[in-house]
Design a binder for this molecule. Structure first.
Ligand SMILES: Cc1ncc(C[n+]2csc(CCOP(=O)(O)OP(=O)(O)O)c2C)c(N)n1
Ligand SMILES: [Mg+2]
Length: 728
């Protein structure tokens, strides 16, 4: 990819004195004007139906150019939003790159024709791919800053290891880099804004938040979003912050404010928030018409604040340019934008074959044999005694411990996962280590920089993981209960799983999200019993794992951690300490590839496809079917739900000609619907009976055990289905 860093940027940073030289004034004006010229050209193209969407930076140019020139592209890190054209021009994105995205060209460097215009991304410049979701990027910026700090304190963690995901991630850090995250004033209403400020403040992270306050969020004026109408007043009490509230129509005020903010951050004193008041000169986007909701007088007043017109007058008044020189410069820039557009319109479009590229890592396939280090090395002895079988909880804990020893890039965090946040307590107490104790002892062994508690905010947990992972670290985070994953859903669906595809393979976030799931708890009730795995298997880019026993949990978690894709690792709470499925410790290298089902009971008459807590229940049912009805059932434990082992299902169904798909989650629109549909479609000729499904009733799980028993599938439910299906 071609990266043109503009002339003034070639030296790295914009020259330091607070008052720019004449040449610097002209450079600021050049960037501002060029940004507007590209916007205007794009609007023309959209009206000619040569492009498909347009959103402009008009009115924000001064604020953005000041920020760009105060920071160092390719050294600092940038999490912009869709209105940041002048910022990205100032960082070195070229007009041609922008036009390639506007037309959706194959070699649009930001997304290969996948994202709308102005959804920035450039790896060499450290501009991280942005989504359309407002404010999600702020948490990525926080995680990114945490990762930079971590590597500067643990430089040895940056070493590559050819055995896992680390082979494919170059780590870059300097120790004093800052992270810029930008946001509109309306989007400061998002919880993620406050969650980001919370952690940046608490951790004194070098993040500069730039609030671009144009007074409107589409049609909603600022006072509706922000009580009192001014975000600076609301955030003023966050500790460790440097705050600045500026006239965003003045590029020199902006440059000064961002230099001061960057100095505060680089010195390790904490984060900064620069609140710039600017104007939105055009409608929100070309799909909007602001005459529908703004008075004419207000729009005219904003037009008088146009930062480009003001800057032009200033240059002429100060004798830096004559009117003729300004006109000549502008003419050249309009021509530059037009020429970039013409070239982009001739660029090749993406091929249809390219659509499926970069959904998952193409470097490291977690189904491949390299992850089949099976043949566990069971020890004969442990701690001077004959080795004993361990629970699933124990073997997940030992996998986490072994992997943390093996890979210094792993950090573990979530709610209550630390042994004790107050370190002085650790001399006295045993430690918590998770509400289910899955992370017990890890903070004590690896320290509070690698194992720590977060604020009680699930989007914070997953959003930061995206930021950590895109810097090459391996966050292995915990959501305390599946029932509370929903605040993080936006981050999982629109960010974690999507980053690779939307950036056409330029960025990725291979984090692991561990989640206790499921019911059968006798009193777990509505909010501690939920299933819902099919909601996540419906997300391209996300691997979903659901082990049913201790050994599988250990081997699959190792693969989840070492692989290069984001993984949702579902752990059934009821199975954590069951007698069923205990196993000896399999050693620190035991791994199981994804996408390989296990035949937990061979049989010849009916195939029962299942996973999770239904595996032991299906086994009970199969034993009774054999004993009471002489029916021989084969049970397949899928172990991973995305990818899943279609070959194993097809092979078994071809032999038995009858199949049941059983899961704990609700029947309708559940995971089994997909498997059953595919069997009906591709194996129709093999079937002697309809495909049968088993799942929970289409309700939530009640507290009263009598109701819970009726709502969730029981061994008898499975047995009845087996007997019924054999009648065909
Ligand atoms: C999470 C989310 N909700 C809604 C939208 C639709 N949307 C796009 S931009 C926008 C307004 C944003 O206003 P503001 O943050 O002030 O930024 P501005 O566009 O004014 O620069 C809305 C509601 C979205 N993109 N993401
Ligand atoms: Mg706004």
């Amino acid at each position: 990819m071609e990266v043109a860093i503009s002339r003034a940027r070639a030296a790295g940073t914009f020259p330091a004195p607070n008052e720019p030289s004449a040449q610097q004034w002209v450079e600021i004006y050049r960037l501002m004007f060029l940004s507007r010229a590209i916007d205007d050209r794009e609007i023309l193209l959209k009206r000619q139906q040569k492009t498909f969407f347009q959103i402009s930076a008009a009115g924000h140019e001064a604020l953005q150019v000041g920020a760009a020139l105060a920071l160092k592209p390719g050294y600092d890190w940038f999490f912009p939003y869709y209105r940041d054209r002048a910022l990205c021009l100032g960082l070195g994105v070229t007009p041609y790159d922008m036009m390639l995205q506007a037309v959706g060209a194959a070699n649009d460097p930001a997304s290969g024709g996948r994202q709308m215009p102005t959804h920035w991304s450039s790896r060499p410049l450290h501009i991280v791919s942005s989504s359309s979701s407002t404010a999600t990027q702020l948490l990525h910026a926080v995680g990114c800053a945490e990762a930079g700090r971590y590597f500067s304190r643990h430089p040895e963690a940056a070493v590559k290891d050819p055995g896992d995901y680390r082979e494919f991630h170059n780590v870059e850090f300097h120790g004093d880099e800052v992270v810029l995250a930008t946001v509109g004033e309306g989007s400061t209403s998002q919880g993620e804004f406050w969650e980001a400020l919370n952690t940046a403040s608490n951790q004194k992270l070098p993040v500069i938040f730039m609030v671009e306050d144009n007074g409107y969020a589409i049609s909603v004026p600022v006072e509706v979003n922000t009580p009192g109408g001014n975000i600076s007043r609301l955030v003023a009490n966050f500790p460790h912050f440097h705050f600045a509230e500026i006239d965003g129509n003045d590029p020199v005020a902006s440059l000064r404010a961002f230099r001061e903010a960057a100095a505060h951050c680089r010195a390790g004193r904490g984060p900064a928030l620069v609140h710039g008041h600017c104007v939105r000169l055009y409608s929100h986007s070309l799909s909007d018409d602001d005459r529908l909701y703004r008075c004419a007088a207000e729009r005219e007043a904003d037009a008088l604040c146009d930062p480009i017109a003001r800057m032009r007058s200033r240059l002429i008044a100060e004798g830096i340019l004559t009117a003729a020189e300004a006109a000549q410069l502008e003419h050249g820039l309009v021509h530059e934008a037009a020429e970039a557009a013409e070239r982009a319109l001739d660029a090749p479009l993406p091929t249809l074959e390219s659509i499926t590229a970069h959904v998952y890592s193409e470097d490291l396939d977690p189904t491949r044999a390299a992850f089949a280090t099976e043949q566990p090395e069971f020890p004969a002895e442990e701690g001077g005694h004959r080795a004993a079988a361990h629970t699933m909880a124990d073997l997940i804990n030992s996998c986490l411990r072994d992997e943390m020893r093996h890979d210094e890039r792993i950090v573990i965090y979530g709610e209550d996962v630390a042994d004790a946040s107050r370190k002085e307590a650790l001399d006295e107490v045993k430690g918590k280590g998770g509400v289910f104790k899955l992370t017990a002892g890890l903070q004590t062994e690896f320290g509070a920089e690698r194992v720590f508690n977060t604020p009680l905010a699930e989007a914070n947990i997953v959003g930061r993981a995206v930021g950590y992972a895109l810097r090459g670290m391996k966050p292995v985070v915990e959501i305390q209960f599946f029932d509370y994953i929903w605040p993080a859903m936006h981050q999982i669906h629109n960010e974690l799983a999507l980053l690779r595809w939307r950036s056409n393979g330029t960025w990725e976030a291979p984090a692991v999200v561990r989640v206790p799931i499921g019911g059968y708890l006798t009193g777990g009730a509505i909010y501690h019993s939920q299933s819902g795995e099919s909601v996540f298997t419906h997300i391209p880019g996300l691997r979903v794992v659901f082990p049913s026993n201790a050994l599988d949990a250990n081997g699959l978690l190792r693969t989840a951690i070492r692989c290069d894709d984001p993984v949702l690792f579902l752990e059934h709470k009821r199975l954590y300490r069951e007698t069923y499925g205990r196993a000896l410790y399999p050693g620190p290298e035991f791994a199981i590839p994804f996408g390989r089902a296990k035949i937990v009971r061979p049989g010849s008459e009916i195939t029962l496809v299942t996973y999770g807590a239904l595996v032991p229940r299906a086994l009970q049912a199969a034993q009774q079917a054999e004993r009471l009805h002489a029916i021989d059932v084969e049970i397949l434990d899928l172990r991973t739900l995305n990818p899943y082992d279609w070959d194993a299902i097809a092979t078994s169904v071809r032999r038995t000609n009858r199949v049941i798909v059983a899961h704990e989650d609700m029947l309708s629109w559940g995971y089994g619907a997909e498997i059953a549909a595919r069997i009906a479609d591709e194996l129709f000729d093999e079937l002697d009976a309809p495909v049968r499904r088993i799942g929970a009733m289409d309700t939530f799980v009640a507290y009263q055990p009598k109701l819970e028993d009726a709502i969730l599938p029981q061994p008898e439910t499975i047995l009845n289905a087996i007997v019924d299906l054999k009648r065909y």
